[in-house]
Design a protein around this ligand. Sequence first.
Ligand code: SF4
Ligand code: SF4
Length: 84
Amino acid sequence: MTKTEFICAVGKELNIINTGDWKMYPVVIDQEKCVKCSMCFQYCPTKSVKYVDGTYFINPDFCKGCGVCIEECRSNAIDFVKGE
Ligand code: SF4
Ligand code: SF4
């Protein structure tokens, strides 16, 4: 087992490895549509959705672009940003 594999087993939960470059497109939350239901926060498998000062946002350093949060958001407040 390499050092990287060892860190990944733990780091996945702790978000200590920057793996955000895996995704093809950034994923963002439209704050005007967000009703703060927390579904994205609860279902993100990588804990990349953060809640700070009453606002949910996606940490691009760790988001993998899996789209789970997009599927779970009933307000259609989350989407990929394409064309950048
Ligand atoms: S699931 Fe959608 S509406 Fe709910 S907190 Fe996340 S972005 Fe906001
Ligand atoms: S796209 Fe996937 S990894 Fe990124 S914030 Fe949404 S659920 Fe989390």
